[in-house]
Ligand binder design. Structure first.
Ligand code: SF4
Length: 385
């Protein structure tokens, strides 16, 4: 730091702040780190002389509350380096790279849901401030203006996307255990299953595959030889059987023509080239191609399906844009490229999507509910289930 900058710091003015209101809630003592504030309801009682200044604020769903962490201020404790969230297993980092309450000006800032305004009282949800905390300012939360694209955070930050994705995985694994995907005896069966499962329940895919097996039709050569109408009849249980029969025959023809039916040769390509090849075949879209790459070729690529999109959107991690590649990048940019991890992760999301995070979700029994925006925003009756 130059001498000039140090001297400038000595000239910084003192300031006097006056609270505009106070927080009232049931949390009387500072809770332990990691306390779940999301469901806490608070009243912000604003100085009645400022009541009119609150007019029109309730047209916003969320507000930003800026408050003075008076208990932390009272300790006078300030260090230039701290462990994030007070966790000793995290590296020591600069104070201003953390949200530590022990800072020169112990100002807290939280975006909360505005439930109601009654005169000079704002009822909010999710404010992480104890009873009696002085409030120094209130601002509306403006979507777009108050959120940024492509934000980055270090791995030691609990709130970083990669940490969040890790937390989701750990919870799903603890809740459901390994899923042992893909349920197939050999890679060609995985490929056939990946084609047949499009818009079909897995139980029906199993019936179709059983039919193919008993007709000795579960090989590229057999699929090429058997007439289209016969293949369609065998896979009838999984729906769209004419279109899917054509897709299976197209794949079998392509594999014979380009790789002499040798899947090992096909899978020897790198992920990008393999994907490009698969996408060139009639009826193979991104989800099917990626399922083949991950579950048949055992190469690291993240499969995105409708369950994954729904869960990620509800949790509040939806990427910009609604494209398959944006969702895929969310996982692949924030997790190590590990085929085993991607295999289990996708299977676990499907398990959650089928059983709990349905179109009408069973949030009260969901192992992700205290990470999930959708759940946070439910009213308390709905949370009980
Ligand atoms: S809490 Fe509800 S919405 Fe969120 S992931 Fe779980 S089931 Fe889905």
């Amino acid at each position: 730091m130059t001498k000039q900058v140090i001297e400038m710091a000595n000239e910084l003015p003192d300031m006097t702040l006056k609270a505009i209101g106070v927080v009232r809630n049931k949390v009387r003592q500072k809770p332990k780190s990691g306390y779940n504030w999301r469901g806490i309801t608070s009243d912000i009682v604003v100085d009645s002389s400022l009541s009119e200044a609150l007019d029109d604020l309730d047209e916003f769903s969320h507000i930003i509350v800026i408050y003075w962490m008076h208990r932390s201020a009272a300790t006078g404790q300030v260090s230039a380096k701290v462990h994030p969230r007070g966790k000793q297993d995290r590296p020591l980092v600069g104070l201003f790279a953390t949200r530590s309450p022990y800072r020169p000006n112990p100002v807290g800032k939280t975006t909360v849901k505005l439930l109601e305004r009654r005169g000079n009282v704002l009822k909010v949800e999710g404010l992480d401030a104890i009873d009696g905390t002085p409030v120094i300012d209130i601002k509306p939360y403006i979507p777009g203006y108050d959120s940024v694209d492509n934000a980055r955070a270090p791995s030691w930050d609990d709130h970083s996307v990669s940490q969040m994705l890790r937390n989701i995985y750990d919870r799903l694994m603890a809740c459901y255990g390994p899923q042992y995907w893909w349920p197939a005896e050999e890679p060609f069966e995985v490929i056939v299953g990946a084609v047949l499962t499009q818009s079909a329940a897995w139980v029906n895919v199993e019936k179709a595959i059983a039919n193919l097996k008993s007709a000795r039709a579960l090989s590229p050569e057999a699929l090429r030889q058997i007439p289209l109408s016969e293949v369609a009849a065998l896979i009838h249980p999984c729906g769209y059987y004419n279109a899917k029969a054509l897709k299976l025959k197209s794949f079998a023809n392509w594999l014979g023509e380009h790789f002499s039916d040798d899947l090992n040769e096909l899978f020897a390509s790198n992920v990008d080239y393999l994907r490009q090849q698969l996408l060139s075949i009639h009826g193979i879209g991104p989800e099917t191609a990626d399922s083949i790459i991950l579950y048949a070729a055992n190469k690291p690529i993240f499969v995105i399906d409708a369950y994954t999109r729904r869960i990620i959107n509800r949790i509040g991690l939806a990427p910009d844009g609604n494209s398959y590649s944006a969702y895929q990048a969310l996982f692949m940019d924030n997790l190590p490229a590990d085929a085993r991890l991607f295999n289990e992760y996708h299977a676990l999301l499907v398990c959650l999507g089928k059983n709990v995070c349905r179109s009408r979700p069973l949030c009260h029994q969901c192992c992700l509910n205290n990470l999930c925006n959708f759940y946070t925003e439910l009213d308390s009756d709905s949370k009980v289930g």
